[in-house]
Design a protein around this ligand. Sequence first.
Ligand SMILES: [Mg+2]
Length: 220
Amino acid sequence: MKSRPMMMAAPKRVYVDLDDVICDTGIDLLALLEQHFGRHVDLEDVTSWDLGVSLGLDQQELRQFMHYAHEPKVLQQHRSRPGAVEQLSRWSDVGVEVWIVTGRPTQTFAATRSWLQDRKVAHTRLIFADKYGNYGGLQEMTDGVEAMPMEQIAGLGFDLAVEDSAAVAGVLHDELEIPVALMDQPWNRQMEDAGRLRRCMTWEEVDQMCGDLFSGQMEP
Ligand SMILES: [Mg+2]
């Protein structure tokens, strides 16, 4: 029988980003780009978080593009990333609270929730956070869904965050002092490991990082 090593200690509450962490979003956006703008870009060439830069879109095109990207039928298509759903189930099984913290606009709430339900993604809560300052400090409400300001994340007691945005990972690690598993993506490669921020190539490596972090092998 093949057995997995038991996690010696586990986090109590984890922050898990959705796009390009639980689901593959980037690859679907590139297909949309080709479909609507007739432009081909390889995922490996998306080296800037700024999609205007990476995809060569002006402001008006980018607005239109993001509108397409947030349509329910597009969101519904995203595939889960290898090992993601399994790891969240394992965490839930041992009593870890999984809080999915997304930077999507709040109007995607219904489509996001049904995606998670359809795939039986184990989670305790789904939070919409103003990760990119889109709401200018205001708690934008859409259909009763609030965008949480990032400062509020600090008070939620997360033991670990799993993110792919380098900018957000920097805020979580440096300002909010939360250990971060940075999910490797072409747009975050300039970010180096530091303190309790570690690049993870796979969900298996996130699990390994947890083992190191909670058995005291990662220095604060
Ligand atoms: Mg993301």
